[in-house]
Design a protein around this ligand. Sequence first.
Ligand code: ATP
Length: 208
Amino acid sequence: MNEERIPRATAKRLPLYYRHLNLLYNQGKIRISSKELSESIKVDSATIRKDFSYFGELGRKGYGYDIAHLLQFFRNLLDQDEVASVALVGVGNLGTALLHYNFMKKGNTQIEIAFDTNREKVGEKIGDVPVYHVDDLEKELKRKEIKVVILTVPARAAQEVTSQLVENGVEGILNFTPSRLSVPSHVRVHHIDLSIELQTLIYFLKHN
Ligand code: ATP
């Protein structure tokens, strides 16, 4: 399999498939047709078949998909046996909410450490996650071998913090700030702008 060829849209659906298959497996289900899978995860069955086709023959005609087999396949593909350590920078309202959110329950990621400039927040534990001062960023990121960071600082601080993160080996940033970040080509940024998502939803409601 050539993972380079997998379209971004397909790659983004893989955790969804994994999570759902896990649920079905835990319910004791043994196999599922692409039609059933489609109805339960609300992705049309042609898309599911196309997505799965990038990985070779995962199912059999007339039988459907063997859930345990599929689950193991996606687990390997997504490295689900390995827990990915994540850091969060900016323990404001949104950052705090994310620290309380139990990522581990829904996937294999865990926020291990948080950073902030506010001395009143430093030294606290929020949802079991210790908050450090950004001055310790370099030392702690290296010590914990963190490659992925959730960014929830104010927009004005986003680029400066990003440059610091990149200098310290971070390769993936989940950017919740409205800023567009400049990063070198080996660094991947996924942007989640909640205000834009909400505005877009409202726009579509008004215009359809
Ligand atoms: P709050 O009400 O707690 O300030 P907020 O989400 O409205 O929350 P923001 O101004 O967006 O606050 O800041 C988010 C957090 O980012 C704050 O805790 C702030 O101390 C922190 N912060 C600001 N600048 C930096 C920086 N350069 N590095 C790390 N954290 C920062």
